[in-house]
Write a protein that binds this ligand. Structure first.
Ligand SMILES: NC(=O)c1ccc[n+]([C@@H]2O[C@H](COP(=O)([O-])OP(=O)(O)OC[C@H]3O[C@@H](n4cnc5c(N)ncnc54)[C@H](O)[C@@H]3O)[C@@H](O)[C@H]2O)c1
Length: 431
C-alpha cells in the first residue's frame, strides 16, 4: 500500500519505519525543515533504540521511505493518510491544542484526488476524528474518503518492538470497507495473532484515553501508598510486589517514584478529564490522579530540601522522563531539578541521551559528560531516571569525590543496606 504520514515525531517516524518494514511504501511529511534535513541524511532526529538502523535500511536500501515538506502534490496515489502531529495541552488551560490537527485536515482536504482513508493516530479527544471529517467534507465528496481512528500505544524507549509486537491494535471506523483496508494494512500482525479490535470511532478515541488514564492511576495510587509506607516504616516495593502477584491487579505500573511524566500521561489525563467536563461528566478519579501527581513534585522536592544543607551542590542523574529516550517533555527529573535550582541549589547533572533537550529546557543546570564528573564536590546524589548505567555505579569511587554521602534514590534501584554499608545516608521512595 502507499501510505502518507503527516508528522515525523516519535510516533509518526516509528510508524513510517515499521510500516516500511512490513513492505509498504511510505511518504513522511513534516513542516520542520531542520528535522527533514536530518532525516534525508538517513539519521533519526531523536534517540530511540533501533531507529537509526531501521531508517538507514528503508531510506537508503529498500528506498521505501521518502520525506517531503508539505502535503501539496504528495497525496496522489496514496491509500492511507495518517495524522501523527503533536496534540499538546494548551498552556493556560487543561485542554488539548488541536491546531496542528485542524491545519493538517485542511491541507488534506485541499489535496485529496482519489479514494483514501484519513486516519487519526495522534491522541485526540473523542469527537475530533468526526470534526476532521466535517472539515474534509467541506471540500471533498464523501465518496473519495473515509475516516478512521487508530490510536497508538507505543512507548518511547521500546517503540519499534511495541509497534511490531503490540498487545492489540484498535481500529475505529464508520464502515466495513475502511475496517477491511486497515486490517489488510496490519495483516502482518494479524498473522502473528495480535488482537485487532474493531470499534466505532468514538469508542476507539476513548480507549486510548481510558488506557493511559488507568495506567496513570496505578502509578499515582502506589505513590500515595509509598508516602504512607515511609511514615510507618513499611516497604512499598514489597507491598507492590505482593499486590502485583494477584492476577486481578498485575505487577506493571506499580513502581513508586517521583510521579508520572513524559509526553503522554500528564497531558492525556488532563485532556480526558476536560473533555468529559464539557459533556457534564465529572471524572473525579482522574482529576484526583492529576492533582496527586502534580503535588508529588513539591512533596519530593521538599523531602530533598529538608534533608540537605541549603544552597549546596547536588548531583542529578537522569533527566529524560524514562530510560532509553531523550525526551524531557514533562519529565519529573527536569521539574524537580528546576525547583531545587529555584530554591538556591547548584545542580550538576548528567543523562546518557537527554542532555541536548535538557539544555534547551533549562540552561541554569550545569551539564557534565559522565555521572562521575557530575558527582564531583556534590553534597548529595539524586537518581531521577533509572537508566541502566546508574544501576551499578562505583560508589567507592563516588565516595571519594562527593562532599557529603547522601543519596536520594527516587526510583528505588538500590537498597538502603547496600548504601548504608558504604557510609551513605540513603533515602528511597516509600521505604
Ligand atoms: N510520544 C509517544 O510516546 C506517544 C505514544 C502514543 C501516542 N502519542 C501521540 O502521538 C501524537 C504525536 O506525538 P509525538 O510524540 O510523536 O509528537 P512530536 O512532537 O514528537 O512530533 C510531532 C511532529 O509533527 C510535526 N508537525 C506539527 N504540525 C505539522 C503540520 N501542520 N504539518 C506537518 N508536520 C507537522 C512536528 O514538526 C513534529 O515533528 C500525539 O498526539 C501524542 O499524544 C505519542
Amino acid at each position: 500500500m502507499k501510505l502518507v504520514i503527516v508528522g515525523t515525531g516519535y510516533v509518526g517516524l516509528v510508524t513510517g519505519a515499521c510500516f516500511a518494514e512490513f513492505g509498504h511504501s511510505v511518504t513522511c511529511i513534516d513542516k520542520d525543515e531542520k528535522r527533514l534535513e536530518i532525516l534525508k541524511s538517513g539519521k533519526c532526529p531523536f534517540f530511540e533504540p533501533g531507529m537509526d538502523e531501521l531508517l538507514d535500511k528503508h531510506i537508503n536500501k529498500t528506498k521505501l521511505i521518502s520525506f517531503k515538506s508539505n502535503i501539496k502534490n504528495n497525496l496522489e496515489n496514496s491509500d492511507i493518510i495518517f495524522i501523527t502531529v503533536g496534540t499538546p495541552i494548551k498552556r493556560l488551560e487543561e485542554e488539548t491544542d488541536l491546531s496542528a490537527v485542524w491545519q493538517v485536515a485542511e491541507e488534506i482536504a485541499d489535496n485529496i484526488k482519489k479514494y483514501c482513508l484519513v486516519v487519526t493516530k495522534s491522541t485526540v479527544p473523542v469527537g475530533t476524528t468526526r470534526e476532521i471529517k466535517k472539515i474534509i467534507l467541506g471540500k471533498v465528496d464523501q465518496k473519495l474518503f473515509d475516516i478512521v481512528s487508530n490510536p497508538e500505544f507505543l512507548r518511547e524507549g521500546s517503540a519499534i518492538n511495541d509497534f511490531i509486537r503490540p498487545d492489540r491494535v484498535i481500529i475505529g471506523t464508520e464502515n466495513k470497507k475502511s475496517e477491511n483496508i486497515m486490517k489488510e494494512l496490519y495483516r502482518p500482525l494479524f498473522l502473528k495473532e495480535t488482537p485487532i479490535v474493531a470499534t466505532s470511532i468514538e469508542t476507539s478515541e476513548i480507549i486510548k484515553y481510558a488506557s493511559n488514564s488507568f495506567l496513570a492511576t496505578k502509578i499515582a495510587f502506589i505513590n500515595e501508598v509509598a508516602d504512607l509506607c515511609e511514615v510507618v516504616g513499611a516497604d512499598v516495593q514489597q507491598v507492590a510486589h505482593a499486590m502485583g502477584i494477584d492476577k486481578r491487579i498485575g505487577s506493571k505500573f506499580l513502581n513508586a517514584g517521583p510521579g508520572f511524566g513524559g509526553s503522554c500521561f500528564p497531558k492525556d489525563v488532563k485532556a480526558f478529564a476536560s473533555t468529559a467536563k464539557k459533556k457534564n461528566i465529572d471524572l473525579s478519579i482522574i482529576n484526583a490522579v492529576n492533582k496527586s501527581n502534580q503535588d508529588r513534585i513539591i512533596k519530593i522536592s521538599d523531602k530533598i530540601i529538608s534533608n540537605i544543607e541549603n544552597k549546596s551542590t547536588i548531583c542529578f542523574l537522569g533527566l529524560s522522563f524514562k530510560p532509553n529516550t531523550d525526551d524531557v517533555r514533562d519529565s519529573t527529573s527536569m521539574k524537580i531539578a528546576s525547583k531545587l535550582f529555584e530554591k538556591g541549589f547548584n545542580i550538576q547533572c548528567y543523562d546518557p541521551e537527554a542532555m541536548n533537550n535538557a539544555k534547551k529546557e533549562n540552561s541554569n543546570l550545569v551539564f557534565f559528560n559522565s555521572a562521575y564528573d557530575a558527582c564531583e564536590g556534590a553534597s548529595a546524589i539524586i537518581i531521577g531516571t533509572e537508566w541502566n548505567e546508574f544501576r551499578a555505579l562505583n560508589f567507592k569511587k563516588i565516595s571519594k569525590i562527593l562532599k557529603e554521602k547522601i543519596i536520594f534514590d527516587l526510583r528505588n534501584i538500590y537498597t538502603p543496606e547496600d548504601l548504608n554499608e558504604l557510609g551513605f545516608k540513603y533515602y528511597g521512595t516509600g521505604k
